[in-house]
Design a protein around this ligand. Structure first.
Ligand code: SF4
Length: 241
């Protein structure tokens, strides 16, 4: 059984695979409380799950959580009748339900893309054999409320055995030193890992960084890393889920 917030087909709006068609599987639960969180409803278990019946049609049915894993696999696979790049396991923090992922993943009929906040190392070891692509966040202390450097470093070292890229959400409140530390952390593991700098979509008093600041951050990152891109959340201005 697993706790699902929603399952639907849409366009990936963030990161290295921006623009690809994916089935999104939003799992409940999160171990953090980021100031800029755009999915606060997924941080706790929800009573009902919203399941899209037809890919991209937004014809959702409501089911009571938790759901049997075989049923969840069936709902996901039925959306794959339209061609998709991959299945995005997202949240919340999907690794909060790592046990469910290990049982669900072998039933799915498309590559699996994990969107994670990059902290839960033990849970990553459990699911890693089933994951094709990892989108790993580095959470800056000014956002997460505390430092996660060691956790991120351990996590990325393991994630780098797969196809991984790192995403860093940058706010107007970000500090130069913490960004420098994040760049150095990735470079110490592999300077060829792609890093996406994502200017925050303003929410909950979180301000977007100034345009000039993004240019400076990218320049600094490129001193240590070989592939650094600046990409905002594109699904928001496309009006996609
Ligand atoms: S890790 Fe993601 S889901 Fe969890 S609080 Fe932060 S932004 Fe929200």
């Amino acid at each position: 059984m697993t706790n699902i917030v929603e399952i639907f087909s849409s366009i990936q709006g963030e990161g290295l695979y921006v623009g690809t068609r994916q089935v999104f599987v939003r799992l409940s639960g999160c171990n953090l409380a980021c100031a800029y969180c755009d999915t606060p409803n997924s941080r706790q278990f929800t009573e009902q799950a919203l399941i899209e019946r037809t890919a991209g049609k937004r014809d959702f049915m409501r089911l009571v959580n938790p759901l049997p894993l075989n049923d969840v696999a069936q709902y996901i696979n039925s959306l794959l009748s339209v061609r998709h790049h991959s299945i995005s396991l997202t949240g919340g923090e999907p690794l909060c339900q790592s046990q469910s992922i290990t049982q669900l993943a072998p039933l799915l009929k498309a590559p699996i893309y994990l969107e994670t906040n990059g902290i839960l190392f033990r849970q990553l070891t459990e699911v890693l054999p089933y994951i094709d692509i990892i989108s790993m966040d580095i959470k800056l202390p000014s956002i997460a409320g505390r430092e996660y450097w060691q956790e991120h470093s351990d996590f990325l070292r393991l994630a780098a055995t797969k196809n991984v890229f790192v995403k860093i959400v940058v706010t107007g409140q970000g500090k130069d030193e913490e960004l420098e530390q994040a760049f150095a952390l990735v470079a110490s593991i592999d300077p060829n890992i792609t890093v996406i700098l994502q200017p925050v979509t303003p929410v909950n008093g979180c301000e977007a960084p100034l345009p000039d600041a993004m240019l400076i951050y990218q320049e600094r990152a490129l001193k240590l890393l070989n592939n650094v891109r600046v990409i905002p959340q594109t699904h928001k201005f496309m009006g996609q889920l």
